[in-house]
Design a protein around this ligand. Structure first.
Ligand code: NAP
Length: 333
């Protein structure tokens, strides 16, 4: 199968770091990356986006992996959206998978060590760092809220794994509900959860009807966390809930993207006053995700000071995120 795709390999003339996604050229990283490389003393490293369709042809994923594996100046990649599909299509091409990738069946980082191709799933770590910053310690002990996660893909899995791995019971929700469009992804997530020890009660719903999602959301206890990990509002239009869907009172809404139409973020913002919803976006997730993968690919370690410095550089280039109230918003406050 590899022979099929190796004839398309391009011999790079500069050390190249790939970004594998859906609309990579619109990402802030295209502007941020060269500035970051200057800051860390690796200005020769360039970034290149590779766009795949959602659930693309497995052959096409293998061609991307072959480019990295066989071209000497192709250093590695950050993978978003296709983390599961890419690994499913190309698992045999990797020489080593970190436990995180094995456990989740996904790769967000592709790197090389000598001649070996390695895959890591950084999202359990990076979504966890973001959630820790959003929630603070002991959140569930104080709020008694649950978690509702729309999307059982790479990020939905990573978020589930993060909560399972929290050692303090006050950092774990009693219940985590996952809603996904396809049954297959839910079954994969369930398989992962069943293979681990956890006292979190998982509930899995296969559904695409946003009015059904509204009902599920309306029944969440106060103080819950509602997460949009579907890519809707960035990779595809819309939101998993309708404009009439009520967020739980005193809840946290986390849209894991930071760019795009961000309908879910707007819906939550519309209720920030009337239902006291704290609304978060995916910028911090973006910073943690990128710095962790760059460190892995370039074989570096970033300390907290460097992370802060890189964060400041990126902040200057961040696209503005402006809330635009729409007619019919529940609370346009
Ligand atoms: N801020 C950041 O740095 C950051 C980091 C990680 C990810 N992300 C973004 O987060 C999004 C998700 O990433 P991912 O890697 O988890 O993608 P993924 O593996 O494609 O997962 C998305 C999941 O959402 C499901 N879905 C789509 N529409 C739905 C709906 N209406 N209701 C319920 N489920 C629905 C899909 O179901 P099917 O199984 O039917 O396809 C799929 O399982 C992407 O936009 C990605 O770019 C951002």
């Amino acid at each position: 199968m590899v022979d099929d795709i190796t004839h398309n390999i391009v011999t790079k003339t500069k050390p190249t770091f790939y970004f594998v996604g859906v609309t990579t050229h619109q990402s802030s990283i295209m502007k941020v990356f060269p500035r970051w490389m200057q800051a860390i003393g690796r200005p020769e490293v360039v970034i290149e986006g590779i766009n795949h369709r959602i659930h693309d042809d497995p052959k096409s994923y293998r061609a991307t992996v072959a480019q990295i594996k066989y071209d000497p100046l192709s250093l590695g990649a950050l993978v978003t959206t296709h983390k599961i599909d890419l690994l499913t299509a190309s698992r045999y091409m990797f020489d080593g998978l970190h436990d995180s990738a094995d456990q989740t069946g996904e790769v967000s980082s592709i790197s090389k060590r000598k001649e070996q191709l390695w895959g890591h799933a950084k999202d359990p770590l990076t979504s966890g760092l973001s959630l820790d910053a959003i929630l603070g310690p002991g959140y569930f002990g104080k709020s008694h809220g649950h978690v509702l996660c729309f999307g059982a893909g790479g990020s939905g899995k990573a978020i589930s794994l993060h909560f399972i791995s929290r050692t303090n019971p006050d950092d774990r929700p009693k219940k985590l509900i996952v809603n996904n469009r396809s049954e297959a992804r839910l079954l994969e997530l369930k398989k992962m959860v069943d293979s681990l020890e956890t006292d979190i009660l998982f509930e899995y719903n296969q559904n695409v009807d946003p009015t059904v999602n509204d009902n599920i959301m309306a029944n969440m206890p106060e103080g819950s966390i509602v997460i949009n990990a579907t890519g809707m509002g960035k990779d595809t239009p819309g939101s998993p809930v309708t404009n009439s869907g009520l967020f739980p009172r005193n809840s946290i809404a986390w849209e894991i993207n930071y760019r795009g139409e961000l309908d879910f973020w707007h819906q939550a913002m519309a209720q920030r006053h009337s239902r006291n919803v704290m609304v978060e976006d995916g910028w911090l997730y973006f910073l943690h995700g990128w710095t962790q993968v760059i460190a892995e690919v370039l074989d570096l370690e970033f300390d907290a000071r460097t992370f802060d410095e890189l964060g400041k550089i990126a902040e200057d280039l961040r696209p503005p995120l402006v809330y635009i109230p729409k007619n019919g918003d529940i609370d346009s406050g």
